[in-house]
Ligand binder design. Structure first.
Ligand SMILES: Nc1ncnc2c1ncn2[C@@H]1O[C@H](COP(=O)(O)OP(=O)(O)OP(=O)(O)O)[C@@H](O)[C@H]1O
Ligand SMILES: O=C(O)[C@@H](O)C(=O)CO
Length: 434
C-alpha cells in the first residue's frame, strides 16, 4: 500500500509522540529527522512523521521548512497531511501554529482545517475552546513559565486568532456528543462562512474518535498526538490501511545508558529529583558554560569516569532548573542565548558520549532533543515500544569511527512521563525481546 499519512511535527519529541500513537494504533511508522529533501524514502511504512525544529524559530523559517516537508510527503503520495504541534499549544505571539497552518492550507488548496491539540491520556483536554492540563487551565499549569514560549492564555480561539488573519471558530462538546455526522455538518456550515480554523473541544478518547471520523477526508488536519491515535481506525474503514500485528519494531542497542535533560517543565523537574535519589547526576550551569570550555570539559570527564566505573548504570546530565534560576540565567545571557548555550552543551555531551560508548540515550525536552538529534546527524528513527504515553524507545543507525551501529534513543516531551521514567525506561529496554 502507498503512504497513508504524512505528518509534519514542529519539534522532535512531538514527532516521536505522534509516531508512537500511530504505531500503537497499527500504522508502521518512521520518523524522519529534519527537512527531508534528498533523504531516502523509507520502505514498508504506512506513515512518515517529519520532525522539524520549527516551534520557536522565526516564522519565515518555520513556513519554509514545513512547505519543504509537505512537498516531499506529497511526492510520496500521502493521502492525508497532519500538522503536529504541542498538546499545550506551545507558540509565541507570532506563531508558529497559525502561520504554518495557513501556509500548508494554501499549498494544499484547502479551505478549512481542524485544530485538535488535546491528548486526554496525558490530561490535555479542551472544553469550550479552553485548554486544560489535568485540572488546571493552561495558563496556570506551569506552562506560563516556559523558558521559550510562555503560555499565558488558555482560550485557544483567542490565542490562534492573534496568529492568523483568517476566521477562527469552535466545534464544541455538545455538538461532538451528537456524533460525527453532526460534527461534519457544523464544519461544513463554518466553511461556508469562511471559517478556516476550527478549534475542537475534546474531553476523552470517544471525542477523538468522533473528530477523526469527521475530518478523515480533510487534506490537512492539525493537532496533538491524540488525534493520531484515532485516525488509523478511520483509514482502515476507508480501506487505505491494512491491519498489521505488531507495528512496533526495535532491536535494543548495547552500550552504556545516559540521560540528558534540558527541559524545565514541572514533570521533568520531578523526574530529575527522582532519578537523583537513585543514581548520580551532574548539573549544568548556563553561566559557567558561557564563561568557556572548562566547565563542559569537566562534565565530559565526569561522565567518562562514571562509565568506566559503572558502565551499565545510568547517569544524568541536566540543566533543568526552577523558574527563578532559569530567569536569572536569562537575565544575564538573554533568553535565546541561554537556551542555545544549554542545548549546545547537551548536544556536545551526546555526540562525545555516543562516540565513546553510550548506546542507550534518553533525552528530555523538545528543543533539547532537536539539538541532540541534529548534532548526532541522525536521519531516521524506527519507532519501538512505549515507555510512557507519548514516549517510545526508538532505534537509530549511527556512524562511528569503528563503523555503523545501533543507538536506542528515547525523546521525552517536557511534560510527559511518570516520575520514574528516567530509570524505568532502561529497565523496559532490557526486557524488549529482539
Ligand atoms: N537552566 C536553564 N537556564 C536557561 N535556559 C534553560 C535552562 N535549562 C534549560 N534551558 C533551555 O530551556 C529550553 C527548554 O525547552 P525544551 O523544549 O528542551 O523543553 P520543554 O519545553 O520542557 O519540552 P517540550 O518542548 O517537549 O515540552 C531549552 O532551550 C533549554 O536549553
Ligand atoms: O503534544 C505534546 O505535548 C508533545 O508531543 C509535544 O509536542 C511536546 O513538545
Amino acid at each position: 500500500m502507498s503512504l497513508v499519512l504524512g505528518a509534519i511535527a514542529d519539534d522532535f519529541t512531538g514527532a516521536t509522540d505522534l509516531a508512537n500513537n500511530l504505531v500503537r494504533s497499527g500504522m508502521r511508522t518512521v520518523q524522519i529527522l529534519g527537512v527531508p529533501t534528498g533523504k531516502p524514502q523509507p520502505e514498508d511504512v504506512d506513515a512518515i512523521v517529519v520532525a522539524l525544529k520549527s516551534r520557536s524559530c522565526p516564522v519565515d523559517e518555520a513556513i519554509k521548512d514545513s512547505l519543504a516537508a509537505l512537498d516531499w510527503l506529497s511526492g510520496l503520495g500521502a493521502q492525508q497531511i497532519f500538522f503536529k504541534y504541542c498538546s499545550t499549544f506551545d507558540s509565541t505571539a507570532e506563531g508558529n501554529i497559525g502561520p504554518v497552518a495557513d501556509a500548508l492550507m494554501d499549498a494544499l488548496n484547502t479551505r478549512q482545517t481542524v485544530m485538535v491539540p488535546a491528548f486526554p491520556t496525558t490530561g490535555r483536554t479542551v472544553y469550550q475552546g479552553h485548554l486544560f492540563v489535568g485540572d488546571r487551565l493552561l495558563n496556570d499549569s506551569g506552562m506560563q513559565d516556559h523558558p521559550l514560549n510562555p503560555m499565558t492564555d488558555a482560550d485557544l480561539v483567542r490565542v490562534l486568532g492573534s496568529q492568523t488573519p483568517h476566521s477562527v471558530a469552535l466545534l464544541n462538546r455538545p455538538l461532538l456528543v451528537s456524533g460525527a455526522g453532526a460534527a461534519r455538518e457544523h464544519l461544513l456550515s463554518l466553511a461556508d462562512n469562511d471559517v478556516r480554523h476550527v478549534i475542537c473541544d475534546t474531553l476523552d478518547d470517544d471525542d477523538l474518535d468522533v473528530l477523526a471520523e469527521a475530518c478523515v477526508d480533510m487534506p490537512l488536519v492539525t493537532g496533538g498526538s491524540g488525534l493520531g491515535q484515532a485516525l488509523p481506525e478511520q483509514y482502515r474503514r476507508r480501506g487505505w490501511l491494512d491491519s498489521v500485528d505488531n507495528a512496533a519494531r526495535l532491536v535494543p542497542a548495547s552500550g552504556s545508558p545516559l540521560v540528558l535533560s534540558g527541559s524545565c517543565s514541572r514533570a521533568t523537574l520531578g523526574q530529575v529529583a527522582h532519578f537523583l535519589e537513585h543514581y548520580p547526576g551532574i548539573a549544568l550551569d548556563p553561566l559557567e558554560l558561557a564563561a568557556g570550555d572548562e566547565s563542559l570539559n569537566s562534565v565530559l570527564d565526569a561522565v567518562r569516569e562514571h562509565r568506566r566505573l559503572r558502565p551499565d548504570e545510568p547517569i544524568l546530565v541536566y540543566a533543568s532548573a526552577e523558574p527563578d534560576r532559569v530567569k536569572a540565567a536569562q537575565e544575564q545571557l538573554g533568553v535565546a542565548r541561554a537556551g542555545e548555550i544549554v542545548e549546545q552543551a547537551l548536544a556536545t555531551i551526546a555526540v562525545t558520549s555516543v562516540k565513546e560508548g553510550v548506546g542507550r540515550l534518553l533525552v528530555a525536552g523538545g528543543e533539547t532533543s532537536g539539538a541532540v538529534v541534529s548534532a548526532l546527524e541522525l536521519d531516521q528513527l524506527r519507532i519501538g515500544p512505549q515507555i510512557d504515553a507519548g514516549v517510545p524507545w526508538t532505534q537509530a543507525r549511527i556512524q562511528t569511527p569503528a563503523g555503523e551501529r545501533t543507538l536506542s534513543l528515547a525523546l521525552k516531551s517536557g511534560n510527559f512521563g511518570g516520575v520514574d521514567i528516567f530509570t524505568r525506561g532502561f529497565t523496559l529496554l532490557g526486557e524488549v525481546s529482539v
